[in-house]
Design a protein around this ligand. Structure first.
Ligand SMILES: NC(=O)C1=CN([C@@H]2O[C@H](COP(=O)(O)OP(=O)(O)OC[C@H]3O[C@@H](n4cnc5c(N)ncnc54)[C@H](O)[C@@H]3O)[C@@H](O)[C@H]2O)[C@@H](O)CC1
Ligand SMILES: Nc1ncnc2c1ncn2[C@@H]1O[C@H](COP(=O)(O)OP(=O)(O)O)[C@@H](O)[C@H]1O
Length: 295
């Protein structure tokens, strides 16, 4: 990975507007999102992602998650539908659901067990836009290379810890020989996001204060968000928001940029109501409506 700042980038100053929502629309028009995630230890992550997608305007959101969790997940958000996954990986059923969806959100709370890896590798061959988050990124990092055969058109949403795991895949290493690290300054974060977008030929959103979105040609640095968002589960909310915007017809770079902006503003609003220390990821989901109404 080069230490040089790329000079051939278009810096996008503002996120795009929301897509139109025709008055006579119906649920089939506003995007079908399939969230694939959840594992024994983590039920909240896919529910937060799915609920955030509904709050952002998706028509239909389905959660593919371990069968035992389905009743709990649906009792948190009954507007979600489910695809119960058994112990024996019925990857055909999952692929069928993926093919019916407009967009996939893969990874929140999915874990990194063998079954999760098999499911992810099957989904990578689907020709759909997708948000790859959390354990989807960890599984790809652990495989040692970007899966060459993927037909997904993805937005990767690593936090700096996940990005550090992906760094060896883009030729990044620590000159001192330690584990790869993601720089903390703006310029360094931008360099890493652009390098990853170019290496993977995908959209990359590097999380943190001043989240960076890069598609290899354009870059947007988000300005919203504060420490109200520094709590487990808010990243899952972001994945759901971006998936929803893609499902409503937005192009990936634009959806990721606008999604980061909406997410940050929702965090700020929740922080004003409750104080930044007390915000939960679900409060960020609840604030999405106020953000969208004001746009
Ligand atoms: N309620 C739930 O079900 C939740 C499930 N989660 C899931 O938990 C799994 C593991 O994800 P985690 O992110 O907790 O664990 P990770 O081990 O991937 O990341 C956490 C570590 O990353 C490093 N890091 C460095 N800079 C960071 C930054 N700016 N922001 C965040 N981390 C930074 C830190 O060392 C931190 O301890 C994922 O599948 C995720 O979806 C989490 O999203 C939390 C909530
Ligand atoms: N101080 C902060 N300022 C702005 N955004 C923040 C801040 N802290 C966290 N965030 C945002 O909150 C989200 C946290 O995501 P992540 O670390 O993946 O959480 P989790 O996996 O637990 O859901 C990211 O979008 C990140 O940019």
């Amino acid at each position: 990975m080069s230490d040089e700042m790329p000079t051939d980038l278009e810096v996008v100053p503002n996120p795009p507007p929301l897509p139109d929502r025709p008055d006579d629309g119906h649920k089939g028009l506003f995007g079908r999102v399939l969230v694939v995630g959840g594992s024994d230890a983590m039920l909240g992550a896919p529910v937060l992602a799915g609920t955030a997608a509904l709050r952002t305007g998706s028509g239909l959101v389905q959660l593919a998650l371990p069968r035992a969790m389905v009743p709990f997940a649906l009792s948190i958000t009954p507007e979600l539908t489910s695809l119960p996954l058994g112990e024996n990986p019925n990857r055909t059923m999952l692929a069928e659901a993926a093919n019916k969806a407009d967009v996939l959100v893969v990874g929140p709370g999915m874990g990194t067990a063998r079954l999760a890896r098999l499911r992810l590798w099957r989904l990578l061959t689907v020709d759909k836009p997708a948000v790859l988050d959390a354990d989807a990124l960890n599984l790809i990092a652990a495989s040692g290379e970007w899966p060459a055969t993927t037909s997904l058109r993805a937005v990767l949403t690593p936090h700096p810890g996940e990005m550090a795991r992906l760094m060896p895949l883009i030729g990044g290493s620590d000159p001192a020989g330690g584990p790869p690290r993601v720089p903390t300054d703006d310029a360094g974060r931008l360099r890493v996001a652009v390098a990853a977008a170019r290496a993977f030929k995908q959209v990359v959103l590097l999380k943190g204060k001043r989240t960076v979105i890069a598609d290899g040609r354009r870059v947007y640095v988000n300005t919203t968000g504060d420490s109200s968002l520094s709590k487990g589960g808010t990243g899952d909310v972001l994945a759901g928001i971006i998936g929803s915007l893609i499902g409503q017809g937005m192009e990936r770079f634009e959806a990721a940029s606008l999604g980061a902006w909406i997410h940050g503003r929702a965090g700020e609003i929740a922080g004003k109501k409750l104080g930044p220390r007390s915000v939960l990821a679900r409060d960020v989901v609840e604030a999405i409506g106020e953000v969208l109404r004001a746009m």
